[in-house]
Structures are given as C-alpha cells and as structure tokens.
Design a protein around this ligand. Structure first.
Ligand code: TYD
Ligand code: MG
Length: 447
C-alpha cells in the first residue's frame, strides 16, 4: 500500500511539523516552513534476519588518497569507495578550489574522476582549473543541475571520485518545487548517497553555509552523509582550516591547514607560522602554541595600544574578546599594567584563530609588551592560561605544544609551574607561577 502524506519542513533548521505554521516551532524563524510530500510504503511484515555481532568480521575498506595531503589528514588517509562526504564552508572560502585540486591530482595519476558543475559553466570551471596549473587529461566535467543526469552518469562511467558543486543548486525532475528548497536538497542528497553506495563511486557534495554558519537548507544533510568536512578561514586572510565534523570511517578532531595563494590552496603541513612574518623586533608581539584537535599550531599574538579619543576601544580579531577583557583586568589589578585609558587592539597574525585559554599568557604578555614598549624575543613562546588571581594555570598537551614551539625555532618557553612536561632538548623552560613572573622574565631581556 502506498499512501502519500505531507509534512512541513523548516528551511533553516530542518524541524518538521505536520501542519503549516507561520513560525517554525524549532528555531522560531518566520515563513521558513515548506511543504514536503512523502510516499509512505507499508510492507507486508516479513521478519528481518539478524546476525550475531560476534560473527561479523572486520570490514577493511580500501582508503583512496584525495591527492591533497591536508585533506587526507582530516579524512584519516582519504576517502573510501561508495562514501559521501559533505564539504562545506562560507562562499569564497575555497570549496570549489579544494575539490578541483583533488580531482586534478587524481586525474593526473590516471584515476577516473568526474566534476558535476551545477552552479558554474564549464568555461568557468576550466578557467579555475587552468589557474591551478596544466589541466590533466581525464578531468571530466558535466554541467547539469539534475540529479537524474548524475545518476545516469555515475551508473554509466563509474568514476572513482565524483564532486557535485554544489548540492544546494541541484534539483530532481521527479520532485516538483524549487531548486535549493529543503525538500529538494534533502531529496537530492538522499538519492546521491544511495547512488554512491550502489555504484561504489565516492561522492563529495559541496555545500554552502548561511550567515550563521549553519548548513544552508536542512541540517538533516549532515545525518545523511558519511563524513562532514568544514573549510573555514578569514576571507581577508589567506589561511584555511579543514576540520572533520563527523566521520563515519575515521578520526574527527584532525585539522588540516592550507594557504590560499595565486594558484590554489598550498598545503602547510608544518604550520610554521613563526617563520613567515617579517622578523621585526617590535613591542606587542609574542608567540604561543595553540591546541586544536590533535594538532598544535604556533601562533603570533599581536597587541597594540593607542591613546584614543572618547571611551577606550577594545578590538579583538581572531582572539576571544571576553578573554581579552579578563586579561586586561588581571593586568591592571595584579601586574600594574594599566590600559583603562587606552585603546587596545589584539589579533593573531595570519588569520588563524586562537580562542582557547592556553594562549592567555602570550596575549597578556603582548599587551604588557605594547604598554611597556619593550619587545619580546621572537625565539620565546609563552603557553598557559591566566586565572583571575593572576596565576598561570596548567593547560592540556603542554609537552606537544613545547615540542612544536621548539621545532619551529623557539629557544625559550614560558609555561605554568604546574603541568606535566617531558624533557625537550634545545629549549630553556621557565616555569612561572604568575603572570607577573612571566612579565619579569621577558622584561629582563631588555634591561
Ligand atoms: P572558490 O574555490 O571559488 O570558493 P568557494 O567555492 O568556496 O565559493 O575560491 C574562492 C576564492 O579564492 C576566490 O575569491 C578566488 C580565490 N582563489 C585564489 O586566490 N587562488 C586560486 O588559485 C583560486 C582558484 C581562487
Ligand atoms: Mg564554489
């Protein structure tokens, strides 16, 4: 028996409700509910066989490299046949570029690939491809927005990897409605996931995010696919981070780093941010090592103070404004570094964000250095959280952070007095109980 019934699904959050309403019961947005028709099949009840879990052998799916090292890193080696990966990020962040780089690399080694250009013409895609270098033979592109076309293509050609750029503009002829609507996007994604499984083709779906950083259309997309990779970064800056938000076959928490340059995204496997800036010995610059997932990055914290007109401004870019406010208060009441009449600007160099508390002491030192007009040696890295009493508190992964600092050129580290730390050769370790002690150490250099 096949019966059709309709539900109303919110375009923003994916909440479904049986009745239409002006306001979504899930997220409270107005006019976001759209009708979706479902065919409900009732099967005659044949019992589903079960298996003893003990007898199920290990499945060893072959992992295929994407050809882009940093993407492989977040995927735990690459993609597997028949899987679907959602690659999403803000417009202009480099989703199409990254996907194309992977297709190029695979085509170069003779692997069959297919790009489905949904939003752009083949001429536009070709232009981007040429920007990345010589276009290899075998990099096939099809310009279509119809899921039926893609199903045919995949069934027919069976490429190893297919990129659909983007899922948001795809539609299904069989389903009425507007391309980009919740119902369409979800329906199309469901069909593509099924096609990936039945044909063994690995599919990367490119998706947009809305202004709030949510996936455009239903969040339900995240549940359909095997893997969700987010590409993030400040569009003004050049650094891009890749992160696996969900991964059915491998680790999440790995972070990949890339840099957008004139001919594509360059991999920065070492994240050697320390050595990239001009080696100016100016006050207000202090290096630290931040931790993200299982990786540590060297980050340059910068602070600038200035006498402004009117009420003092606090501007935090890629650092937490709450933590900055807290650190300014601690500096004033515990370390006699007064910024109450000054404008304070704090940022990281290069656009990498550093919002975890382990960067506190470096940010506070940067401000103290800017106020006191003494430079901190570029070979010093400061790691630790600052508490309200002005104490330095232990942070996670201290040994790894110190090793990373040493690897990238630090000869001295300032760390909290507490916290386990393995022996690291070639680096002087200063254990400090308070921010005041840390300031005294860096000040001593210039005396
Ligand atoms: P794109 O991959 O089109 O972003 P998305 O698909 O996420 O919207 O590229 C975004 C920007 O990157 C674009 O403004 C131009 C820039 N870019 C480079 O700087 N270098 C390059 O080699 C390429 C291809 C793009
Ligand atoms: Mg694009």
């Amino acid at each position: 028996m096949v019966k059709s019934h309709s539900v109303h699904v919110c375009r923003e959050c994916g909440t479904s409700s049986p009745k239409w309403a002006g306001r979504c019961p899930g997220c409270g947005e107005w006019n976001t509910l759209e009708e979706e028709r479902h065919a409900v099949k009732h099967r005659a009840g044949a019992p589903t066989p079960t298996t003893s879990l003990r007898d199920v052998g290990e499945e060893t799916a072959a992992v295929h490299s994407t050809g882009v090292g940093e993407l492989d890193r977040v995927l735990g080696g690459g993609f597997i046949a028949g899987s679907t990966t959602l690659l999403f990020g803000e417009p202009g962040v480099g989703k199409s570029t990254l996907a194309l780089m992977s297709l190029r690399a695979l085509a170069e080694e003779g692997t069959s690939v297919l790009l489905v250009a949904v939003e752009e013409s083949t001429a536009q895609v070709a232009q981007r491809a040429r920007r990345l270098g010589v276009v290899p033979t075998g990099l096939e592109v099809a310009a279509t927005a119809s899921v039926e076309d893609v199903e045919h293509l995949l069934g027919d050609r069976r490429p190893v990897l297919c990129v659909v750029d983007s899922i948001s503009a795809m539609s299904a002829e069989s389903l009425g409605g507007v391309a980009g609507s919740v119902a369409q996007v979800r329906h199309v994604a469901e069909r593509l996931c099924a096609t990936a499984k039945s044909t063994g083709v690995a599919i990367i779906l490119v998706g947009h995010v809305t202004k709030d950083g949510d996936l455009a259309g239903p969040r339900a997309l995240e549940h359909l696919v095997d893997t969700v990779v987010r590409i993030e970064g400040d569009r003004q800056g050049s650094l891009r981070l890749l992160r696996a938000m969900k991964h059915r076959f491998g680790p999440t928490g790995e972070v990949g780093i890339l840099e957008m340059v004139g001919d594509g995204l360059r991999e920065i496997p070492d994240a050697s941010v320390m050595q990239r800036g001009p080696a100016l010995d100016v006050p207000g610059v202090v290096f630290t090592v931040t931790n993200d997932g299982s990786r540590s990055f060297l980050v340059e914290m910068q602070a600038l103070v200035a006498t402004g007109a009117g009420s003092p401004r606090r501007v935090a870019h890629q650092v937490s404004s709450q933590r900055l406010a807290l650190l300014l208060a601690v500096l004033e009441s515990r370390c006699a570094v007064n910024t109450s009449a000054l404008d304070v600007f704090a940022a990281t160099a290069g656009g990498l964000s550093a919002t975890e508390p382990g960067v506190d002491v470096a940010l506070a030192l940067a401000v103290a250095s800017a106020v006191g007009q003494f430079p901190v040696a570029r070979t010093t890295a400061a790691i630790g959280e600052v508490g309200l009493a002005g104490e330095l508190r232990a942070v996670g992964a201290l040994s790894r952070r110190v090793r990373e600092a040493q690897r990238l050129g630090a000869t001295r580290v300032i760390v909290p007095s507490e916290g386990e730390l393995d022996e690291v050769s070639g680096v002087v370790v200063h254990r400090c109980r308070s921010l005041l002690e840390a300031i005294a150490i860096v000040q001593r250099d210039t005396m």
